[in-house]
Write a protein that binds this ligand. Structure first.
Ligand SMILES: [Zn+2]
Length: 207
């Protein structure tokens, strides 16, 4: 893979900014986290259906409940770190450039702040954790159903946190698949902020 064809070191002169997303803005951060909570709620409701249908109980003896609870808390922390590392691994593989990791009040983040990345590479890097952890967590959750309903439900909750937590990523993916499909699109991804650029004359019309 030719990394240098995936990005530009400086913004070409004919390009201008066409879109800017900042997860640290109060409105964006609050909406993003409310959507994440809503997604978690829907996932938990759906996950509870087989428990209710099977007449099962989420009650467990104290050791099982304690271990499940501690494992759940640890997995949330581990997941948050791994999610950003997967973004980072993809950006590193695609560009070879310096990464940035961090945390703001509204989200954890990873970016490549010093370069301008072409659409295809951004799409790949932004979608990587969503794809990887969806593929891992769904079979894990199904398998845990046969271990204990509580383990299953904790895993389903982790999947709900994953899917909800990906809502910012999903929003960027949707933008790249709909309004900003030009292969000329360049993105500066600082982590919490994404700046989209297109050559002037190529910008999508404003509504
Ligand atoms: Zn992400």
């Amino acid at each position: 893979m030719n990394q240098s064809s995936n990005f530009e070191h400086t913004l070409p002169s004919q390009y201008r900014e066409v879109y800017h997303l900042d997860a640290r803005k109060p409105k964006v951060g609050v909406i993003m986290n409310l959507i994440a909570l809503g997604v978690l709620g829907v996932v938990l409701l759906i996950a509870y259906i087989p428990v209710a249908r099977g007449g099962l109980s989420l009650m467990a003896d104290v050791p099982t409940a304690l271990i499940t609870y501690l494992a759940f808390l640890a997995s949330i922390i581990l997941y948050t770190v791994l999610h950003e590392l997967v973004h980072g691994a993809a950006y590193k593989r695609l560009t070879g450039e310096k990464l940035t990791f961090g945390m703001s009040w509204s989200c954890a983040f990873c970016g490549v702040p010093h370069i301008f990345v072409y659409r295809r590479a951004v799409l790949f890097a932004v979608a990587a954790p969503l794809t990887v952890f969806t593929v891992l967590l769904i079979p894990l959750t199904v398998a845990l159903f046969f271990v204990h309903p509580l383990c299953y439900f904790a895993s389903a909750a982790l999947f709900g946190l994953h899917l909800g937590g990906c809502c910012g990523d999903i929003y960027v993916i949707l933008l790249l698949l709909t309004k900003y499909r030009s292969r000329e699109l360049l993105v500066k991804d600082t982590g919490p902020e994404q700046f989209f650029y297109l050559p002037s004359g190529n910008a999508p019309h404003h509504d």
